[in-house]
Design a protein around this ligand. Structure first.
Ligand code: ATP
Ligand code: MG
Length: 565
């Protein structure tokens, strides 16, 4: 190769790495250097002990996303080594969520339990190399002899058992001759290592419990670190991407790889966990919210679970885009909720039909509009996209507007309806408030207005201008139902498990009025309710529609209020 060519290859390599995160750079480097034959395989390894959350979505996007870019396999591997906490329900929900996020494991579905036989043989290999021993200390003794960050651990009195004795005892553990906790198998590494993970970690324990996949075949189960490393290596994973808390486990990961005969030598690379403000991303803590009855289940729309976000109406594309924007780093961070919400908003803005819905209605009677008459107006489904078509809006004497769009004693910045003022009804006419009707409790129950027939949107001859246009629906043509509004589960920005829960995390509105065209909406249809936000049909009961609010629109009025304070 001439000088020019090698320079060219160097330049192209640099070009290849430019702008890439450190994981992609390392992968490019390893492939270019021919490590593991220049092959790439990643895996996403959930423990099926709960539903996946937004943090897992990041890991899924990284593992499946990178594999896709290289046209390489990504395994979906269930790390099912703890039968006490695992279930088929979780396995199924995880598969559904990964698919919904838009990823495909193809034939590469695996379970740590698929490898239990091989993992057991590899444990025997360690014993035969005098690198593992059966320890018969009680769990209390095991705990007390581990040492601390500043003091070394203490060697077990059983550490020097002969290979033959260890093999015999381990065989008997496997045959079910002992009770839970009577013995464990430990790797023989270094009780005085400054890294506690290397102080003779337990690699097998006795657990008389059926496993959701292997049934009653085993009464000893490999511990997480052992099973995880070996599963990676056995299935041919080349890059084991995990979160930072496993950084201290990497020496153990590598110790297993160095001391056992394995087909692949994967490289573990850590990145920081994704945390989102005002929420928690820990399956255990999320399970507590369910158990204590604070939320209705894993897919409650307030939950940061993938199934909760789906029910909330977040599109998969928005979650993927959010993960892309979060990126891969080594720094622990808490991402603002507003980044997630603005990503959702952006995606929905382009794809959702507009519609009018009144969440908290106030009745208007237009006194000079002919009683009993209905007029059909037209409205575009999307202001910027003609192709999305238009819909018909019936208009009549009785209409409903939002309570908030009327103020009896308006501030000077309030340009919507107030006594004597005029406002435009979108796609319709300019109306003027002539009279306020109240009930015996002094609550406003109805407004009497007049309309100007020359101000019809699009065809009116009047040149009258008003400062504000509000949404409305015709009362007699409207559909009813319910609307659920959601706020964050916690008011604390970085909640702990004992942080107080937001009492207003769900608000149910039971008197909404939707425009007539929504009678054709289906479960899962999403709309932008003009001036109100994005909503998804959660349920349909008879002719009633139950909507969940996905996300608000930007609230400019709130900003004005804030400025004034
Ligand atoms: P949890 O703390 O919620 O129980 P976990 O780490 O125990 O999470 P696993 O099922 O073991 O859950 O996770 C599967 C994969 O997802 C792991 O590789 C883990 O590193 C990754 N993961 C879990 N939580 C996050 C997060 N918040 N951000 C990024 N990746 C995550
Ligand atoms: Mg875990």
């Amino acid at each position: 190769m001439g000088k020019g060519a090698s320079r060219k290859s160097f330049m192209s390599k640099k070009e290849k790495y430019r702008g890439k995160d450190f994981i992609r750079q390392m992968i490019h480097h390893d492939i270019d250097s021919g490590i593991n034959d220049g092959r790439l395989a990643t895996r996403f390894p959930p423990e099926p002990n709960g539903y996946l959350h937004i943090g897992h979505a990041l890991s899924i996007c990284i593992n499946f996303g990178i594999a896709k870019e290289f046209d390489a396999p990504c395994y979906l591997r269930f790390d099912d080594t703890n039968p006490a906490k695992e279930s088929e329900e979780y396995v199924n929900s995880i598969m559904e969520d990964v698919k919904w996020l838009g990823f495909d494991w193809g034939n590469n579905l695996a379970h740590a339990s698929d490898y239990f036989g091989s993992i057991h043989e590899l444990a025997l290999e360690l014993i035969e190399k005098d690198l593992a021993y059966v320890d018969s200390q009680t769990s209390e003794e095991l705990k007390n002899t581990r040492g601390t960050l500043n003091t070394p651990g203490t060697k077990s009195p059983y550490r020097d058992r002969s290979i033959a004795e260890n093999l015999g005892l381990f065989e008997r553990m496997k045959n079910g001759e002992f009770e839970n906790g009577e013995h464990v198998l430990r790797a023989k590494i270094d009780m005085s290592s400054p890294n506690i993970n290397l102080r003779d970690p337990i690699i097998y324990r006795i657990l008389h419990m059926d496993h959701q996949k292997t049934g009653e075949e085993w009464c000893i189960y490999p511990m997480y670190d052992f099973a995880h490393t070996l599963s990676d290596a056995l299935e041919g994973t080349t890059h084991s991407l995990c979160t930072l808390e496993f950084e201290d486990h990497r020496p153990l990961y590598e110790w297993f790889l160095d001391n056992l005969s394995l087909p692949t030598k994967p490289r573990q690379i850590e990145f920081s966990r994704l945390n989102v403000e005002h929420t928690i991303t820990s399956k255990r803590k999320l399970a507590e919210l369910i158990d204590s009855g604070h939320v209705e289940g894993w897919d409650d729309p307030r939950m940061p679970t993938i199934s909760g976000l789906r029910k909330r109406g977040y599109p998969a594309s928005a979650i993927r885009e959010f993960c892309r924007r979060v990126g891969i780093t080594k720094k622990d961070k808490s991402i603002e909720m507003s980044l997630l919400e603005s990503t959702v908003r952006e995606q929905l803005d382009a794809s959702c039909n507009r519609a009018m819905a009144i969440l908290k209605p106030l009745k208007i009677t237009i006194k000079n509009y002919p009683e009993g008459e209905t007029e059909i107006l037209e409205a575009k489904n999307h202001p910027k996209n003609e192709e999305m078509g238009s819909r018909e809006l019936p208009f009549s004497q009785n209409i409903l507007i939002e309570k908030d769009d009327f103020m009896e004693n308006p501030d000077k910045d309030f340009f919507r309806l107030s006594p004597g003022s005029e406002v435009r009804l979108r796609y319709a006419y300019i109306i003027k408030c002539e009279e306020v009707i109240k009930n015996e409790n002094d609550e406003i129950v109805e407004l009497i207005c007049s309309y100007d027939p020359d101000t019809k949107s699009g065809s009116g001859t009047s040149t009258k201008k008003v400062k504000s246009a509000i949404h409305w629906v015709s009362e007699n043509h409207s559909i009813g139902g319910k609307v659920n509004l959601f706020e964050t589960l916690y008011t604390d920005q970085n909640p702990k498990s004992d942080s107080p829960l937001n009492p207003d995390s769900i608000i149910e509105l039971d008197q909404p009025a939707y425009e007539q065209s929504l009678s054709k909406a289906k479960i899962g249809s999403r709309f932008q309710f003009e001036r109100n936000g994005y909503f998804i049909v959660d349920q349909i009961e008879g002719d009633e529609l139950i909507f969940n609010r996905i996300v608000t629109l930007k609230d400019t009025w709130a900003k004005i209020q804030k400025k004034k304070k």
